[in-house]
Design a protein around this ligand. Structure first.
Ligand SMILES: CC(C)(COP(=O)(O)OP(=O)(O)OC[C@H]1O[C@@H](n2cnc3c(N)ncnc32)[C@H](O)[C@@H]1OP(=O)(O)O)[C@@H](O)C(=O)NCCC(=O)NCCS
Length: 177
């Protein structure tokens, strides 16, 4: 059992988050496919979460990045990381549940992730390629997953390649439900 709170991130968290991400993903992490969608694009501020202990130690981080799919702003979940000595205690699960719940409240309809299928399946993620989605960069088909956030069948949502988000596409942002 471990006591913690989930808070929105602020700029003072940045250095500690980078350190945690280097520790959990390695310093080569920026060569991963998802980073093609993060470079030069800010994370969604209201969907950037830290987990902190009551003594204010950073225990975990989760951010979401905007991406474009079929002309609509969707989300790319991650990076998600928990301090190695505290993994397996439910912190990652609490973060993902909280993040997806907030994303749903904000009106986003589609969320993607590149990660382990057994980890993300319990939240409802399914393989994205068979559903008509792809990444504009090489990605492993068994890791690229999609979730409909508003209980709309995927068949009724935009399809196609994920593209890096551009603010010139701001008018395409979120279709509120
Ligand atoms: C992946 C990670 C965020 C999970 O966080 P965590 O706090 O250890 O996970 P939780 O304790 O909340 O586990 C939630 C559930 O996922 C399961 N789980 C944990 N890691 C898993 C994995 N790699 N594959 C499948 N299931 C996993 C747990 O057994 C648990 O199952 P349960 O709810 O049936 O008990 C954490 O292990 C981590 O930081 N890993 C390194 C970075 C990384 O791989 N991030 C994810 C990239 S997509």
């Amino acid at each position: 059992m471990c006591d913690y709170t989930i808070t929105l991130q602020n700029s003072t968290d940045e250095a500690q988050i980078d350190k945690l991400l280097d520790l959990t993903f390695g310093t080569e992490r920026k060569s991963r496919p998802s980073y093609n969608f993060r470079s030069g694009v800010p994370a969604v501020t209201d969907l950037s979460f830290s987990v902190r202990s009551f003594s204010d130690k950073l225990l975990g981080t989760l951010r979401f990045w905007p991406v474009l799919v079929g002309g609509e702003t969707a989300l790319l979940l991650g990076p998600l990381a928990v301090q190695p000595d505290l993994q397996g205690k439910g912190i990652g699960k609490a973060l993902v549940k909280h993040g997806l719940n907030e994303a749903c409240k904000m009106g986003y309809r589609l969320c993607f992730v590149v990660g382990e299928q057994p980890y993300y399946a319990p939240y409802g993620f399914e393989l994205a390629k068979p559903q008509g989605f792809d990444m504009s960069v090489p990605v492993s088909a068994d890791k690229f997953q999609v979730l409909s956030l508003q209980n709309i069948p995927l068949a009724g949502l935009p399809k196609g390649d994920l593209l890096p988000w551009e603010d010139t596409c701001a008018e395409r942002i979120i279709q509120k439900v």
